[in-house]
Design a protein around this ligand. Structure first.
Ligand code: SAH
Ligand code: SF4
Ligand code: F3S
Length: 374
């Protein structure tokens, strides 16, 4: 059987980076990565569970696949585990987010028995951490830009969010290993780096916090520019803004998800900040980081979101003037606290609210771009 593997990635940058790690491990084990699914005997889907729509895209991609061996890995693997085999009987293996290093061995085991009476399905979703060395395969999709994971998992338990349940407890990589990886990247020709974590500002390992980490990254020779995602408002500090202003290689871009402009909804979301503290933070950012760009995430239609709650979000978007914003319709997720509440905002109303903010933000983004050109 040929050793060609097709790997399709859904979801966030964390998954994009995980897919690179998996490709690197597979290449080391003698497999070839192909972008042409028809030419591959093995198809792997690295999946996302953040909203129902994300999962639907995965189910249809799996449904279309004609590969001999099919694997579903990533966040949906942790979310549904062996139930994936019931929903999609053609799937051969299911591997969770912390178990990815086992994929080459799992494929080898499945290949051995495929088509025989001993044919089997394998699922591995119980690991709690990853070995640092998996990040050092040197496989990069982009020759000049690399993602570098600094933390795994999340323990913020925002009430709508499935990530803590599918990515596990918050773990930090050691700063020495992170810096080693960046040095290897630079040696391989990488010029730009994005530091990755669900909440990078919470970073803390062997006496190095996030501000210290960016100060250690900045002087690395050969590095031209670096950035980070994502920041949680509750952990974002003025010290970080000062570092953004001072460090010449650190991009003046901040992605600071607000989620809602209503204090009542923020509380229900378990976000641990208020509308006012968010706006104060943005004021600090703009004062300290001149010409800094600002982007955000917003969820409309969270359970019990009233016209007034929505209006508060709308007004905040108008007031803050983000450079860009990702706007999502609330989607109830398994395991989460919010899923225990009734999904009270009707679909049409979510769509209406989504469009209203989208249109407003489009105008603002356009104005901002024009101002910049002047
Ligand atoms: N760790 C990051 C990213 C989380 S997922 C953070 O904290 O910002 C990316 C975005 O998806 C979130 O910011 C949120 O706006 C959105 N999201 C998460 N769960 C959602 C859900 N159940 N319904 C709709 N949008 C959701
Ligand atoms: Fe989800 Fe909140 Fe963690 Fe972000 S910080 S991944 S929204 S639980
Ligand atoms: Fe990312 Fe989706 Fe998982 S947003 S962490 S791939 S649930």
């Amino acid at each position: 059987m040929s050793k060609k593997v097709f790997l399709q990635t859904f979801g966030c940058q964390m998954n994009v980076r995980d897919s690179e790690v998996i490709c690197g491990l597979l290449e080391k084990a003698g497999y070839k990565i192909t972008e042409d699914e028809d030419k591959a005997e093995i198809a792997i889907f690295n999946t996302c569970s953040v909203r129902q729509h994300a999962e639907e895209k995965v189910w249809s991609a799996v449904g279309r696949s004609k590969a001999k061996i099919i694997g579903v890995i990533g966040c949906m693997a942790n979310n549904y585990r062996e139930a994936i085999f019931e929903k999609a009987p053609k799937v051969d293996f299911v591997v969770g987010t912390a178990d990815i290093a086992k994929i080459p061995a799992i494929i080898a085991e499945i290949k051995k028995h495929k088509g025989s009476l001993l044919e089997k399905k394998i699922y591995e979703t119980d690991a709690n951490f990853r070995e640092d060395e998996i990040y050092h395969t040197g496989f990069h999709l982009d020759r000049t830009h690399a993602f570098v994971v600094i933390s795994e998992g999340c323990e913020n338990y925002c009430s709508y969010c499935v990530v803590p349940y599918v990515r596990g407890k918050l773990r930090f990589r050691s700063s020495t290993d992170i810096l080693d990886e960046i040095r290897e990247d630079i040696e391989a020709g990488i010029e730009k780096i994005t530091l990755l974590g669900q909440n990078v500002n919470a970073y803390k390992s062997d006496g190095v916090n996030f501000v210290k980490l960016v100060k250690l990254v900045n002087p690395l020779q050969g590095l031209k520019e670096f950035s980070f995602i994502t920041s949680h408002p509750k952990d974002t500090s003025k010290e970080l803004f000062q570092a953004m202003a001072d460090l010449e290689k650190l991009k003046k871009c901040l992605h600071l998800p607000i989620q809602s402009g209503s204090d009542r909804i923020l509380k229900l979301m378990n976000r641990n900040y208020t509308r006012k503290s968010y706006i104060d933070l943005v004021e600090d950012y703009r004062r300290i980081v001149s010409n800094g760009e600002l982007s955000t995430d917003i969820i409309v239609g969270f359970p019990t979101e009233s016209e007034q709650d929505f209006q508060d979000t709308y007004d905040l978007v108008k007031e803050v003037e983000f450079n860009s914003a990702y706007i999502f319709k609330y989607s109830p997720r398994p395991h989460t606290e919010a899923a225990k509440m009734a999904d009270t905002v009707p679909k049409e109303e979510k769509e209406k609210r989504h469009k209203l903010i989208l249109d407003l933000q489009k105008k603002i983004s356009h104005q901002k771009k024009c101002q910049k050109r002047k």
